[in-house]
Design a protein around this ligand. Structure first.
Ligand SMILES: C[S@@+](CC[C@H](N)C(=O)[O-])C[C@H]1O[C@@H](n2cnc3c(N)ncnc32)[C@H](O)[C@@H]1O
Length: 464
């Protein structure tokens, strides 16, 4: 305790002190970064290039945090956040920055990761490919439900807490999702359905999840319940069917665990189809409740075109699509390759992928369920599959080390890495570079406007 106090006393600023600072950079979480005699202060909502007055809120040995009090000279990228609950919600982190500024910041985020994590000083990171209108792009809403004295509420967790704040519109969400969530909440309320209470573990409805396919205008609603039975089920389903435009599917998911994880293991269709259908670049996809599907359909087209371009297929190649989800990238690749093998750890995703191949009349694709890091060595050793190109699109934690080793052992001509996390991308690229795979240019794509997240595509060529 005494050592901690001494550390704090040695910092150049103290808690509650007001200081004027210049913002030099932005963290990957969207906070401004200032230096006071070499000591780093993180200032949420401050932008690079701004002079600001801040109040120090917390100090640690090597860095501290401060609250923005006043902007004394503004960045040209500062804008008024259009969302009235922007600061309380936390779902977006960059609404106070112009879209041009956001695209720039994301390019820099990728450049910084390449330099600082991978040590690639010279690599070319292209300008971020953005949207013409960076609003209302999300095709999936995952909304927690709670209770107030007036009945059910559905909205968002107040930043840093688990208190649910009521909300009827989110401006990055597709409008049909907003509307469907509100109608569903009202119907559940009218039928006396209780909301799940995290502290007591009682109450029924936990989340309402809405999925919208823009090309077919179909909607799926998933009711995540803390129990197996939905009381007055028939009446509720009839009301939803009557009142929600475009509704094609109502699904129940049971999650009785005391956890922050949204979904439980048991999923059943209550009404309508088990899927909704969407189309990307002329390829059709059936999407079920639990499968991963990119949340920004317009930018998914851009991303997949970049991935396909990076793969440089001529029609003769054998390709592996690791982490393939419902086979989205696999099917694009299949149109230009001799054969594609896709693998994903989620069983229903692979069932969707297989159905999607049939739906599009593609017979040169095979899918397998399992961990890519285990399935790929098996394919290689037992089935003699020798890929010319491997595409990976892992979750934020990046590729498993075993998967990187398996890829190197298979010696494809090219690896195309699609990533939603520049830090793990850079880490994995460094490892692949050591093993003889030289990275070409990196292309950032903005799949998540108004947030700090950025997607990237890069091809790595075999050099030895
Ligand atoms: C970022 S998503 C990409 C999905 C797909 N490429 C797309 O664009 O829709 C990552 C996928 O990796 C899958 N996944 C996670 N860990 C895995 C593993 N060890 N092996 C195979 N798939 C995995 C997830 O189920 C998810 O579908």
């Amino acid at each position: 305790m005494a050592a901690k106090k001494a550390d704090e006393a040695n910092t150049p600023v103290q808690k509650n002190q007001y200081v004027n600072v210049r913002i030099e950079d932005l963290t990957h979480e969207g906070a401004g970064v200032a230096k006071v005699q070499g000591y780093t202060l993180f200032v949420p909502y401050a932008l690079p290039g701004e002079n600001v007055q801040v109040k120090v809120t917390k100090t640690k040995k090597n860095f501290g945090f401060a609250r923005l009090i006043e902007v004394t000279s503004e960045s040209r990228h500062r804008v008024e956040p259009p969302c009235p609950i922007y600061k309380r919600c936390g779902g977006c982190q960059l609404q106070h920055m112009s879209y041009e500024g956001q695209l720039h910041a994301k390019q820099k985020q990728v450049q910084d990761a390449m330099k600082k994590i991978a040590g690639f000083e010279e690599i070319n990171v292209h300008p971020t490919l953005g949207m013409t209108s960076p609003w209302r792009y999300r095709n999936k809403a995952q909304v927690p439900v709670g209770e107030s004295s007036d009945g059910l509420i559905a909205g968002f967790y107040q930043k840093g807490t688990h208190d649910i704040i009521d909300m009827d519109s989110c401006i990055i969400q597709a409008a049909p999702n907003d509307e469907a969530v509100q109608i569903t909440k009202n119907i559940l309320d009218e039928h006396g359905i209780s909301a799940y209470d995290e502290t007591t573990g009682r109450g029924l409805i936990r989340h309402v999840v809405a999925r919208y396919a823009a090309t077919t205008e179909q909607l799926m609603i998933v009711l995540v319940l803390n129990g197996k039975e939905l009381p007055r089920e028939e009446k509720i389903l009839n009301a939803m069917e009557d009142r929600i435009p475009g509704l094609a599917s109502i699904v129940q998911n049971v999650n009785t665990a005391k956890t922050n994880v949204v979904f439980g293991d048991q999923t059943t269709v209550l009404w309508g189809e088990p899927y909704i259908y969407d189309e990307i670049n002329g390829v059709q996809f059936a999407i079920s409740a639990r499968s991963f599907y990119q949340v920004n359909p317009m930018q998914t087209e851009v991303l997949y075109k970049e991935a396909l371009h990076a793969a440089q297929l001529t029609g003769t190649e054998t390709v592996i699509d690791a982490y393939c989800g419902i086979g989205t990238i696999s099917l694009f690749l299949a149109e230009k390759a001799a054969h594609v093998y896709g693998v994903d750890v989620v069983d229903p995703a692979i069932a969707d992928a297989t159905r999607n191949a049939k739906l599009n009349g593609l017979t040169n694709v095979d899918f397998a369920v399992g961990e890519a890091e285990n399935v790929m060595p098996f394919w290689h050793a037992a089935l003699g599959i020798q890929p010319d190109v491997i595409v990976v699109d892992p979750p934020r934690k990046g590729c498993d080390e075993k998967l990187l080793d398996a890829m190197v052992k298979m010696q494809p001509k090219r690896i195309v890495y699609v990533s939603c996390n520049p830090a793990t991308l850079a880490r994995d690229m460094a490892r692949l570079a050591e093993a003889g795979y030289k990275p070409k240019d990196v292309q950032p794509v903005d799949m998540f406007p108004q947030t700090v997240h950025v997607e990237s595509v890069v091809a790595l060529e075999k050099t030895v």
